[in-house]
Design a protein around this ligand. Structure first.
Ligand code: GDP
Length: 452
């Protein structure tokens, strides 16, 4: 899961809040200590941490919760807002602009092992799924196997690749393919890396950049370098005209908070994050959604982004409608879960579903969910149309009948109904809103989000 440790620690902060009616200064101090501990252990810069917690305390003590909002909810909102600011505030991503006879060129730069080549594959898949004709070009002519690695990644994704193991001049390699590349919408360019940013590397990146004139130059940084990311991002930003940063390997390190917060202040915005080794493990970086997930509030936008790539636009719209409708039934739930199943392991997706992230669902249970889908299908087949539309009707007698008809246990059926009720409650709360506005809505309407 993305930033497991930080997320768990921050959710624990809210556990402290759940049990208390009154927010005293003492409790606020305790919460702040927990937040500090959580952020420091994920390698966020000490100064950032103290600045952030000072603001949280000041706001917590001085701001009056709006009418209908409990002090507890107000504190959650403050923590949410301040963390969003720490991680960069705005959602960035990249907008592909299409011009006749000119592809949108994205050049990736970074040190050895940062995840450049893997990220090229991820971006290729990402843009191809969104209807673009994509090509990858290997201009890392120094690392002997670089062209083969890129070619293999592209082949697996059925993406065209332009590499040449014998050509040692990146500019010649580009020139040789320039004309052919005009027929593509998006061209992703892999460049050489080094162990450190050296004059040689800057020179090479600059001359490649001058020749290929990319619309975007993205720096790939590995999350495991923690707050050291700031130095690297600043150096690359100053010498290579970096237009955005991709933080890779956020799944495999406890230092993720460090790299994200450090880069956010460099002036080079974080545009994507890498959360695994598979081609689909990439997400547009959206600080609001990201913090929402850390705190267990969910990230519907990212989920829909994923859905858009994996199911067609119509299905995605449909999924969105169902998720936001609020008055959905058991069949909707099943369809929703089936669509999500296509998006990858449920435990990853669960973090993004508003409400599920904060429910402390044991990982093993979530993994088991994959199998549950099959059992649910049997259960739904044994329900009457009326039961599917109004699951509230299902009492003891009906439970026994469904159990017998479907060959599934009563516990399984109860589990399905429980999940339905939880989802319905959350969907209702979000009705008509986009997730960015969730916090505003729940403060305005005085809705309660329970953190276990
Ligand atoms: P390059 O030298 O910058 O081209 O780096 P590579 O693309 O070869 O990646 C180096 C290693 O990092 C490979 O083993 C990748 O599988 C791994 N890697 C890249 N991105 C991610 C990610 O987001 N998560 C994880 N867990 N591993 C990644």
């Amino acid at each position: 899961m993305v930033l497991d440790t930080l997320g768990d620690a921050l959710k624990n902060v809210f556990k402290k809040l759940t049990g208390s009616v009154h927010i005293s200064e003492k409790l606020l101090d305790e919460i702040i200590k927990e937040i500090q501990r959580a952020l420091l252990s994920s390698d966020v810069n000490v100064q950032f941490v103290f600045r952030l917690t000072k603001t949280i305390k000041e706001r917590g003590l001085n701001e009056q919760p709006p009418t209908g909002v409990t002090p507890k909810e107000h504190i959650i909102k403050i923590v949410y807002e301040e963390l969003v600011t720490l991680f960069g505030k705005e959602k960035k991503g990249i907008t592909i602009t299409k011009e006749k006879n000119k592809p949108f060129i994205i050049m990736l730069v970074g040190l050895f092992g940062a995840g450049k080549t893997t990220t090229i594959g991820k971006l290729a898949k990402y843009y191809a799924q969104r209807g673009n004709k994509v090509a990858v070009v290997g201009l890392d002519v120094h690392r002997p196997a670089a062209h083969l690695q890129l070619q293999q990644i592209a082949e697996k994704l059925s993406i065209d690749s332009y590499v040449d193991g014998k050509q040692k001049d990146p500019l010649k390699l580009w020139k040789a393919n320039e004309k052919t590349l005009q027929s593509y919408d998006v061209v992703l360019v892999d460049t050489a890396g080094r162990d450190a940013l050296s004059k040689d590397l800057v020179k090479e990146i600059s001359s490649v950049s001058k020749t290929i004139q990319p619309q975007e130059t993205l720096l790939v940084l590995s999350a495991d370098i923690g707050q050291a990311a700031e130095k690297q991002a600043t150096m690359f930003h100053e010498s290579c005209n970096v237009t955005g940063v991709i933080i890779s390997k956020l799944d495999g390190t406890a230092k993720g908070g460090g790299s994200l917060s450090a880069c956010a202040v460099t002036g080079a915005p974080i545009v994507f994050i890498g959360v695994g080794e598979r081609p689909e493990d990439i997400e547009v970086f959206n600080p609001e959604g990201f913090v929402g997930r850390l705190l267990g509030l969910g990230d519907l936008e990212t989920l829909l982004e994923k859905a858009r790539g994996l199911v067609n636009e119509e299905d995605a719209e449909d999924l969105k409608k169902r998720m936001l409708k609020g008055d959905f039934n058991l069949l909707d739930l099943y369809e929703q879960m089936s669509t999500m199943k296509k998006m990858g392991p449920l435990n990853k997706i669960a973090e993004m579903i508003p409400g599920m992230g904060g429910m402390n669902i044991p990982k093993e249970m979530l993994e088991g969910q994959q199998d549950k889908m099959d059992s649910w299908k049997f259960i739904l087949d044994s329900c009457t149309q009326q039961e599917l539309e109004e699951p509230e009707l299902i009492g003891r007698q009906r439970l026994e009948r469904i159990a017998e008809g479907s060959g599934q246990s009563i516990t399984d059926i109860r589990g399905l109904l429980k999940q339905y009720k939880q989802s319905k409650k959350i969907m209702k709360m979000m009705k008509g809103e986009n997730p960015e506005k969730l916090m505003k809505k729940f403060s305005g309407a005085g809705q309660k989000i329970k953190f276990k």
